[in-house]
Design a binder for this molecule. Structure first.
Ligand SMILES: [Fe+2]
Length: 45
């Protein structure tokens, strides 16, 4: 029962973090400048 409650509480956070990860993944293509390549690769990881 406790496990289900914790799962229910964490589900919205999981959705938000997945959304944030997808936004960051998309945004990393908009980097420009001399650090594009190393920063891009860092964010790929
Ligand atoms: Fe990339």
């Amino acid at each position: 029962m406790e496990r289900e409650e914790v799962s229910e509480q964490l589900r919205p956070l999981s959705v938000e973090l997945t959304d944030l990860a997808l936004i960051a993944k998309q945004a990393h293509w908009n980097l420009t400048g001399p650090v594009f390549r190393p920063l891009h690769l860092h964010l790929d990881d």
